[in-house]
Design a binder for this molecule. Structure first.
Ligand code: TXA
Ligand code: MG
Length: 333
């Protein structure tokens, strides 16, 4: 059961980092910044800490967690880096990339892996995450620091809004630069597979591998179905604001707010309750970094729904489209 905790917020200075590492080693729940989104961290080797993390998030426990480590040497203690994983790790770690590889038995708790024989590993680039991981000396399991089913947090305030009273510490390092979660690549087989588009664009991975990746759109669309999804946590409605979201909108309906891009103003915009532009200059990197904060703002705007204009699909546009598709998906209840 979830226990009530006094949630402290500390700045990410040397004292804050030391306290975060001390708490993590003691089995506590600590929200920490990464360059993608804020993660809710705990010691991945401690099944009690992992269980309390699932409870704090209200997350279904079949959903495996990413093990965060400070460097390649630590990654090799958690999983077996296959040839494809070696190539991608050398090119993109530290960074917004998660690699799924065969797990080293006993290196992380089975609960953190949800019983799978594989493990998802990431080396984040954020200097605060790096410092906490190095100081804790443990692989840190860290899902996004939101209640299950809510939008991922890109500021310490987002974390507090979702998890105040449920976790021990929030380390505040300001807004996250990338703003969408890491790209997840399954490297367990001979052909690497893109499981989740994210902060590292597909094009960069294809250039490093020297061949194109299979189209993942069909599997992402079935990710919430009964059949085993590729990334088991990717429930179709994972990124869900409380009001309906309409995509690829060419006419804004009365009572809707508008999420737009590059200054676009489709008919009906004049009457929109609120208009927010992901990137007035049409920059997809800026758009990704602002996506979750603007979704939260429009959701809180008290309107009947959120209308979203069509967006480009290249580069980070693939991850943005994926998150928006989930935000617009029918709700389970
Ligand atoms: O950017 C990120 O990846 C953030 C920051 C905090 O690092 N973390 C994050 O974690 O987004 P989370 O738990 O929200 O998403 C992890 C995803 C889930 O969809 C989960 O199912 C998948 O990774 N995953 C974890 N282990 C896996 C495995 N062994 N095989 C396939 N998918 C796995
Ligand atoms: Mg998440």
């Amino acid at each position: 059961e979830m226990r009530v905790r006094a949630t402290r917020v500390l700045p990410s200075d040397a004292a804050g980092i030391a306290e975060a590492a001390r708490l993590l080693r003691a089995g506590a729940l600590v929200a920490l910044p990464t360059e993608t989104v804020y993660g809710l961290g705990c010691d991945a080797t401690d099944p009690l800490a992992v269980a309390s993390l699932y409870a704090a998030k209200g997350r279904p426990s079949f959903n495996p967690l990413i093990a965060h480590v400070p460097d390649i040497a630590a990654a090799r203690r958690v999983g077996i880096l296959t040839p494809a994983a070696e190539t991608l790790a050398a090119r993109f770690w530290p960074g917004p990339l998660t690699l799924v590889v065969p797990a080293l038995e006993g290196a992380t708790s089975e609960l953190a892996r949800a019983g799978l024989a594989s493990v998802a590993i990431r080396i984040p680039a954020h200097p605060v995450a790096q410092a906490v991981l190095a100081a804790s000396g443990r692989p840190i399991a860290a899902p996004s620091a939101n209640r299950s089913g809510h939008v991922s947090p890109t500021t310490a305030d987002h974390v507090r809004a979702d998890l105040d009273g449920r976790i021990d510490l929030i380390l505040d390092a300001g807004p996250c630069a990338v703003g969408v979660e890491s790209t997840i690549m399954d490297c367990t087989g001979s052909t690497p597979v893109l499981l989740r588009p994210g902060g590292l664009p597909r094009e960069a991975i294809e250039a490093a591998l020297g061949f194109p990746l299979a189209d993942t759109a069909p599997s992402l669309e079935t990710a919430g179905s009964q059949t085993a999804p590729l990334a088991p946590g990717m429930l179709a409605s994972h990124y869900a604001p409380s009001v309906p979201v309409r995509l690829d909108v060419h006419h804004v309906q009365p009572g809707e707010t508008l999420l737009t891009f590059a200054g676009a103003r489709p008919p009906g915009s004049e009457a929109a309750a609120l208009v927010r532009d992901l990137s007035p200059s049409g920059d997809l990197v800026e758009a990704a970094s602002r996506l979750f904060a603007l979704l939260r703002e429009l959701d809180a705007g008290g309107a009947g729904g959120i209308a979203v204009v069509p967006l480009p699909r290249h580069g980070l546009g693939e991850a943005i489209a994926d998150r928006l598709r989930r935000a617009a998906a029918p709700r389970p209840d």
